[in-house]
Ligand binder design. Structure first.
Ligand SMILES: Nc1ncnc2c1ncn2[C@@H]1O[C@H](COP(=O)(O)OP(=O)(O)O)[C@@H](O)[C@H]1O
Ligand SMILES: [Mg+2]
Length: 217
C-alpha cells in the first residue's frame, strides 16, 4: 500500500474550463525522494496544492494509505500528515527561525512529549543551523539558511510526507547539494519526500521522477 496515491486527478481553476491537471495517476511511498518535473506552466505548483490539500481536485481521488482524503478533515490533513516547503518559503521574517518552527508546532495542535523549544532547536540543528542562527530573525539569514528554516518548519509536527516547491530554485550549486542531502537524510529516516523542480540535477538525485505535460498551449 502506498502512502499517497493519486487516481485520475484533474484540476481546473474556478472560471476556467481548461484542465491544468488532466487525469494524473501517481503513487508515492515512504523512504523515497520523488521529483515532479515539467515546463513552466505545466501545473507543478497546482499539483502541489492538490497534494497538500490546499486545493481540492475537481476530479479523481487521492488516498492517504487506503483512506480517501476527501473524507479526512482538510485542516487536520494539512497540519498533521504533510509538511509543505513553499517556493518563497512563506516564513514570518520578523520572527526568529526558532519562533517560526515553534509557531508551526503550536498551530498543528499536536501534543509533544518534550518542550517545543527543545524539539525545535534540535530540528534546526538537524538541517544545519546552530543555536545562534536559530535565534536570529529570518530576515537576517541567507537564502540557503531560510530554506533550512522552511524545511525545519515543515518537519515541526513530524509529518510522514514532505512536499517542496522548487526548493533549490534560488540557491547556488553547493547549497543545492546540501539541501538535497537533507532531503536524502529525511527519506532514509522514512519520510516520503516529494519535490517539484525544474532542476535536472535534483531530478537525477531523486529515486523516482514523474513528468507533468503542459495541457495549455
Ligand atoms: N490562481 C490561478 N488561477 C487561474 N489559473 C492559474 C492559477 N494559478 C495557476 N494558473 C494556471 O495554471 C497553469 C499551471 O500553473 P502552475 O501550476 O503554477 O505551473 P508550474 O508550477 O508548473 O509553473 C498555468 O497555465 C497557470 O497560468
Ligand atoms: Mg510553479
Amino acid at each position: 500500500m502506498s502512502i499517497l496515491k493519486l487516481e485520475n486527478i484533474s484540476y481546473h481553476y474556478d472560471r476556467s474550463k481548461v484542465e491544468v491537471l488532466d487525469n494524473i495517476n501517481m503513487e508515492f511511498n515512504e523512504n523515497k525522494i520523488y521529483t515532479i518535473v515539467g515546463k513552466s506552466g505545466a501545473g507543478k505548483t497546482t499539483l502541489l496544492s492538490v497534494l497538500s490539500s490546499l486545493a481540492a481536485p475537481t476530479g479523481g481521488k487521492i488516498y492517504l494509505r487506503d483512506e480517501d482524503i476527501s473524507k479526512i478533515d482538510r485542516y487536520k490533513f494539512r497540519s498533521r500528515y504533510v509538511g509543505v516547503i513553499f517556493q518563497n518559503f512563506n516564513l514570518l521574517t520578523h520572527l526568529t527561525a526558532l519562533e517560526n518552527v515553534i509557531l508551526s508546532m503550536d498551530i498543528s495542535g499536536k501534543k509533544f512529549d518534550r518542550p517545543k523549544k527543545e524539539i525545535a532547536l534540535e530540528l534546526l540543528q538537524k538541517v544545519g543551523l546552530d543555536e545562534g542562527e536559530a535565534r536570529r530573525r529570518v530576515l537576517k539569514l541567507s537564502g540557503g539558511q531560510q530554506q533550512r528554516v522552511a524545511i525545519a518548519r515543515a518537519l515541526s509536527y513530524d509529518p510522514d510526507i514532505i512536499l517542496a516547491d522548487e526548493p533549490t530554485g534560488n540557491l547556488d550549486g553547493e547549497t543545492q547539494d546540501e539541501i538535497i542531502g537533507i532531503f536524502r537524510m529525511l527519506a532514509n529516516e522514512g519520510k516520503c519526500v516529494i519535490i517539484v523542480t525544474h532542476s535536472p540535477e535534483v531530478a537525477a538525485a531523486s529515486d523516482v521522477t514523474y513528468e507533468l505535460k503542459k495541457t495549455i498551449a
